[in-house]
Design a protein around this ligand. Structure first.
Ligand code: ADP
Length: 546
């Protein structure tokens, strides 16, 4: 029997319409370095229509890719809403990509128009002259455009304000098939070329709804959301769409992502919710502690992208009463896949243990662990293997890049290794490319790092595999100490002894001034391994007890 229910396509246009019609007085606040710029959802909606008219005027039609090379701000949000709603495809470009990778992704996506921050014009100019599909560049804000202008015809830019000026404030948004692409993102390409993922209208709609669930982030109209995670990093984790459809205010920090301006924004605008990778919160905490800042406005902070240190979560809670909520996901999963909210019966240390895990999958996502032989492992919290996921906002392929080895019977192979327990809690012990295999057994670099970062003298710690004659691989701990502190490797090693298995404790250590980071702020272990191989790291060996 067929249902009697109405059918409608799940489109980004509906996200736009809901925020516009229901939450017109909610606001977007953009930090301009000193001042804050404000606009209501109603103002923004009018500009979204104007942008769509402007882009149509440049020849952007159904299915055309429009790149954005921007930090987080009001105009970038306007692009998020206008481009998919008009039937074109939003392609968020990572402003920190190396030139060759930036050129690769622009060419691969065949971007027709690029909306670029004036502050980033120089970086775009380095490659865009060579990108044959790009026809026009739209510039947001003011700055030195000479590098672009020097490129001749392609460097003749149009100002965003001119593009939208005088255009009608309404747009006849087209009817689209919900399975059409709405947006695309590339993984940051830590190995090889970045891989493209094309989100559909349907996946974006469902993922946005999922982010408003109280089983995940619970973004609601009572929130003021500070979007620190860049809009070019997996659509800022989908937060802008979730905030828009639920009427939460959005606070955008532009390129001011250092601890000092972030704390200034937090104290002035008092956000209730935010999202960013652990390295950002670590810096914010260090700054706030030494300046007596007030971070208490948050009801919660979603943190992920890499494992969230327990010490970081505990410090935030102790000092400011703020809950950091760990989430796990990847560009390929839109990105929200799981969230670590402890079961209601867990209290005290038990609850903290749950919070250090990747969490339970969001409704819509299914996860399983598959062992080395390709068999599904039991959900017993013990059996280790690679996570595979599937669901309506999980990619089923890479764009124009056949990689069948990344998929398995309709599931995405995540490249993350870990366990699932009986209650559905995922624990990630490593990425497949970062695992440390010692004498045939795995050591979790993530767990070692987490334990080390609990030591009061340690600011950051990254653990990588290094070759070992006897055990094949052993861990090398690379440690950044807090300013003005000193600690011996013997003390750090002994600190670990009651926290991890004895044979996990590294024999080799390196004190470094900082852990190298990827373009999205994660520990770049590839760089550390290469530095070690070249002999560039000063390594201290732990003296063996007699
Ligand atoms: P990239 O793959 O280029 O780093 P993504 O942002 O898509 O870009 O990264 C996804 C990866 O980040 C996941 O596969 C996982 O390894 C890691 N990750 C994300 N969240 C967590 C988390 N909470 N704990 C551990 N690792 C995480």
């Amino acid at each position: 029997m067929r249902s009697t229910m109405q059918e409608s396509q799940l489109l980004v246009r509906e996200i736009l319409r809901h925020g516009q019609q229901v939450y017109g007085t909610s606001e977007i606040v953009t930090f301009e370095g000193e001042e804050f710029r404000r606009a209501t959802f109603s103002d923004v909606s009018r500009r979204v229509a104007q942008l769509a008219h402007g882009l149509s005027g440049l020849g952007v039609g159904l299915g055309d890719r429009v790149g954005t090379f921007c930090f987080n701000h009001q105009e970038h949000l306007e692009a998020y809403l206008a481009i998919p709603s008009m039937g074109a495809v939003l392609h968020t470009l990572n402003v920190r990509l190396f030139p060759e990778q930036l050129k690769y992704v622009i060419d691969h996506a065949e971007d027709k128009v690029i909306i670029c921050d004036a502050a980033m014009a120089g970086a775009l100019a380095r490659v865009v002259g060579e990108c044959s599909t790009v026809e026009r560049i739209v510039v947001v804000g003011e700055g030195d455009l000479s590098a672009l202008e020097a490129l001749g015809e392609i460097g003749v830019t149009i100002a965003y304000t001119d593009l939208i000026a005088g255009k009608p404030t309404e747009y006849e948004w087209p009817d689209l098939d919900e399975r059409e692409a709405a947006a695309m993102c590339f993984t940051s390409g830590t190995t090889g070329n970045p891989k493209g993922v094309a989100y559909s209208h349907r996946s974006t709609y469902l993922h946005s709804l999922a982010s408003t669930s109280s089983a995940t982030l619970g973004i609601a109209s009572t929130d003021r959301v500070l979007v620190v995670v860049p809009q070019f990093h997996a659509n800022a984790w989908g937060i802008p769409y979730a905030a828009w459809l639920s009427g939460a205010d959005l606070i955008m920090p532009k390129q001011f992502l250092q601890a000092e301006p972030l704390v200034k924004i937090i104290e002035a605008e008092r956000p209730t919710f935010a999202g960013a990778v652990p390295t950002i919160w670590n810096e914010v905490l260090r700054y706030a502690e030494s300046h007596g800042s007030d971070l208490s406005s948050f009801r919660g902070i979603v943190c992920g992208g890499s494992a969230v240190p327990l010490s970081l979560m505990q410090r935030f809670q102790e000092l400011y009463g703020v809950k950091i909520i760990q989430a796990w996901g990847m560009t390929e999963t839109s990105p929200l896949a799981s969230v670590a909210i402890p079961p209601r019966e867990a209290v005290g240390d038990d609850a903290w243990t749950y919070r250090t895990k990747a969490g339970r999958v969001a409704f819509g996502v299914e996860a399983r662990v598959v062992d080395g032989a390709g068999n599904v492992a039991p959900r017993d919290g013990q059996s280790v293997g690679e996570f595979e996921v599937r669901g309506p906002w999980v990619t089923g392929a890479y764009y124009g890049d056949p990689t069948p080895d990344r998929f398995h019977d309709g599931w995405l192979r995540t490249g993350d290794v870990g366990t699932i327990d009986e209650q559905g809690f995922l624990t990630i012990t490593d990425r497949t490319k970062d695992v440390i295999k010692t004498g045939g057994e795995w050591i979790s670099s993530v767990e070692l790092e987490n334990a080390l970062m609990g030591h009061p003298a340690v600011f950051e710690a990254a653990v990588v595999a290094i070759p070992d004659d006897r055990w094949d691989e052993r861990p090398l701990a690379c440690v950044v100490l807090n300013e003005g502190t000193e600690v011996s490797v013997a003390e750090l090693a002994s600190y670990l002894t009651d926290k991890v298995a004895k044979w996990w404790v590294p024999e080799r250590w390196s004190f470094v001034s900082e852990v190298p980071k990827t373009s999205v702020g994660k520990f770049d272990k590839k760089v550390l391994r290469a530095e070690f191989a070249k002999g560039d790291l000063e390594v201290v060996a732990l003296e063996k007890k007699a």
